[in-house]
Design a protein around this ligand. Structure first.
Ligand SMILES: NC(=O)c1ccc[n+]([C@@H]2O[C@H](COP(=O)([O-])OP(=O)(O)OC[C@H]3O[C@@H](n4cnc5c(N)ncnc54)[C@H](OP(=O)(O)O)[C@@H]3O)[C@@H](O)[C@H]2O)c1
Length: 276
């Protein structure tokens, strides 16, 4: 984990340690009461895949995309959040044991420093959890209550009222942040801003990224690009919807080269600003 990585942009070219690279950004200090700082992180291949689909059209994250170095930076981004925005699909996968739990900070030996860092920065030990879901069909992991995390379920006005009521009876707050069944980026960010949360980390998939970008709410996009052509005829990318036009034009803020992984090929850690 302590191998150097290389800064390609901004100049000058230099070597830096991976650990601490994103903590130094202090993203939790970038938001204001009116405009929380919303950031997302994606991992893609050189040919733009973030997931492949199996024969039934079900997407999955290929193992060769993920690396310990990228995961460390993912955790550093999590450590700077007032709240994590996830979705019903992740909780279904978590409940089925298909994905690991990423809802709490510093629970592994190699990331324990991040919990101490949060406390030193004046952040709560654990971020709040926001679950975006149109279906409201998912199971809630015990870990959220065990760690005393505030947890909100966000859905649209036309969500099934019986399911909304069911979650409320379980003691969860359900907020409406969209006119139909879907959560809209603007309505969600406004609702979270009212609670005083200023750094919102989107750990959801491409649909929530789309919702934020189209409503002009995304502040920063982190993208790790591994140096592999993945191929695969059925795949997912970060942009599932219609053309973005100028909304999709991003400004590079930093670019680092990690020559060592995956499999001694390499990857870039890129950071893009949107209107900042
Ligand atoms: N490489 C990467 O960095 C990366 C990152 C993220 C995901 N992925 C992969 O990409 C594939 C697709 O991503 P995904 O399944 O995570 O996400 P997704 O397809 O964008 O969304 C999945 C679920 O999120 C909820 N959702 C999304 N947008 C919503 C909105 N506006 N309002 C309400 N609910 C909303 C819905 O849950 P309900 O069904 O409960 O309504 C939806 O079924 C997966 O294979 C995933 O592993 C890769």
């Amino acid at each position: 984990m302590n191998q150097p990585i290389y800064r390609l942009y901004p100049p000058p070219y230099d070597s830096e340690n991976l650990c601490g690279l994103y903590l130094r950004l202090k993203l939790h200090e970038q938001g204001t009461p009116d405009q929380p700082f919303v950031y997302a992180n994606f991992l893609s291949s050189l040919d733009g895949r973030i997931a492949l689909e199996n024969r039934s059209g079900i997407p999955y994250l290929p193992k060769s995309l993920t690396t310990p170095h990228d995961f460390r930076l993912f955790l550093e981004l999590e450590a700077q959040s007032d709240c994590l925005i996830t979705h019903g699909g992740y909780l279904r996968s978590l409940g089925a044991g298909k994905l690991g739990n990423i809802l709490q900070i510093g629970q592994r030996e190699e990331s324990a420093d991040l919990l101490a860092w949060r406390i030193q920065q004046g952040l709560k030990p654990q971020p709040a959890i926001i679950i975006a879901s149109a279906s409201l069909d998912f199971t809630m992991p015990d870990s959220i209550r065990e760690h005393g995390q505030t947890c909100l379920i966000a859905t649209g006005q036309n969500a099934d009222p019986a399911k909304v009521e069911w979650w409320r009876q379980q003691g969860y707050e359900v907020i409406f942040a969209g006119k139909d069944r879907w959560v809209e980026g603007g309505a969600l960010v406004d609702a979270l801003a009212e609670r005083g949360w200023r750094s919102l980390y989107l750990i959801a998939g491409p649909d929530m990224l789309d919702a934020m970008l189209r409503d002009g709410k995304l502040s920063r996009l982190f993208q790790t690009i591994t140096h592999q052509l993945m191929g695969g005829q059925a795949f997912r990318t970060v942009s599932p919807g219609p053309e973005y036009g100028p909304l999709g034009h991003l400004k590079l803020r930093s670019l680092y080269y990690d020559p060592s992984s995956p499999n001694d090929t390499g990857q870039w850690f890129a950071q893009f600003g949107i209107n900042n």
